[in-house]
Design a protein around this ligand. Structure first.
Ligand SMILES: Cc1ncc(COP(=O)(O)O)c(C=O)c1O
Length: 125
């Protein structure tokens, strides 16, 4: 499903997807409202911190999905606050894992990179 350009869409997705006690994970530092929305919807937040260059620790993300079976992961590309982007290769590894991936591309227009709006297994906001 693609959700385009709606203010509050993150909260709406969290409300639709999460139930009390669901596990979800974030990759901080990232947009802090993810954690707020997740906690507000009763989810347990697992954190997989980014590496020192702010890239995702993809192997750890995939491992955590296998071990913890979270319902959902919120990712941002370009990321707030550092502007780092997720490569196709890394994103493909993550969406191959059994987890719902929400890809937040709120700042895509400013980076001159291609949106993943047309990818099938992620929600793009
Ligand atoms: C990464 C990112 N996503 C989304 C938003 C806005 O989300 P929403 O309009 O759903 O509250 C912001 C606003 O600062 C943001 O930094």
């Amino acid at each position: 499903m693609n959700v385009k350009d709606d203010h509050g869409s993150l909260s709406a997705i969290a409300r639709c997807v999460l139930h009390l006690g669901d596990k979800i994970f974030d990759c901080p530092p990232t947009f802090t409202m993810y954690e707020f929305d997740e906690v507000m919807n009763g989810a347990l937040v697992i954190k997989v911190p980014r590496l020192s260059d702010f890239s995702l620790d993809v192997s750890c993300v995939v491992e955590v999905v296998k071990l913890e079976k979270p319902k959902c992961i919120f990712l941002t590309s370009p990321n707030n606050p550092d502007g780092s982007t997720i490569s196709d290769e890394d994103l493909l590894k993550i969406i191959s894992a059994p987890v719902l991936v929400v890809l937040d591309e709120a700042y895509i227009e400013f980076f001159g990179i291609k949106s993943r709006m047309d990818w099938e297994r992620s929600m793009t906001i």
